[in-house]
Design a binder for this molecule. Structure first.
Ligand SMILES: Cc1cc2nc3c(=O)[nH]c(=O)nc-3n(C[C@H](O)[C@H](O)[C@H](O)COP(=O)(O)O)c2cc1C
Length: 202
């Protein structure tokens, strides 16, 4: 007998603009994913408490068996959600050829989701086997490949599947709707992320 399990998707929206391009991609993606039966949670990185910390490389997380950071702020809750998700989608505008600082701050805190053993050069992580999506837009068509590459590196390192949706020439915040067929392309990308898996049961 086959059982279909719907996936849990966590979308991290790195844009500070509430109704901008990234917000539109996230809304279209989430709508399609929910239509396909997935459960979707969206976190706006910019709405986290202004007192959240970046990683300070204290390495306390490496001395603890728990996959959590010593800073008990909003990012720690996001890290817990990441562990529960099957698919993690990073959505960000290109800011000076990188992701937004708000999103990068969460990414660096992912340090606590890896337990390294330098003697054997190995690590364990709950990220292994999950899927990663990247939604990235920019005003022009320069530098998106650099950011895509860095996310792909994280995914490969973590043994996660990776797919990306890049939108060059998205222009100013909110103008992305002017790109013909963009909504349909986001939805196709969402469907392509395989929002459910089938497993055999007795
Ligand atoms: C601080 C800042 C830096 C930006 N840096 C770049 C850049 O390096 N290259 C580029 O093409 N667009 C850049 N942009 C434009 C945004 O990436 C683009 O308009 C994006 O689609 C906006 O998405 P949003 O509406 O979700 O914030 C920048 C915008 C801001 C506010």
């Amino acid at each position: 007998m086959k059982a279909v399990t719907m996936k849990k998707i966590l979308i991290l929206n790195g844009s500070p603009v509430k109704n901008g391009n990234t917000a539109k991609f996230v809304a279209w993606f989430a709508q399609e994913a929910r239509k396909e039966g997935a459960s979707v949670k969206v976190v706006r990185a910019a709405s986290l408490s202004s007192k959240v910390n970046g990683c300070i490389s204290c390495r306390a997380c490496q001395k603890s068996a728990k996959y959590e950071c010593v800073f008990k702020d909003d990012v720690n809750d996001v890290l817990k959600e990441m562990q529960k998700a099957d698919v993690i989608v990073f959505a960000t505008p290109l800011y000076f050829y990188g992701p937004s600082a708000q999103l990068k701050l969460i990414i660096d805190r992912m340090f606590s989701l890896y337990k390294w053993d330098n003697k054997t050069d190995t690590f364990v992580s709950p990220m292994r086997g999950k899927s990663m999506g990247l939604i990235l837009s920019a005003y022009e068509d320069i530098g998106l490949d650099i950011v895509e590459k860095s996310f792909k590196f994280i995914a490969d390192y973590s043994e996660m599947n990776f797919s990306s949706f890049l939108v060059p020439d998205a222009r100013e915040s909110g103008e992305v709707e002017d790109i013909k067929g963009i909504r349909g392309r986001v939805k196709k990308f969402a469907r392509g992320l395989k929002l459910h898996h089938t497993c055999r049961t007795l």
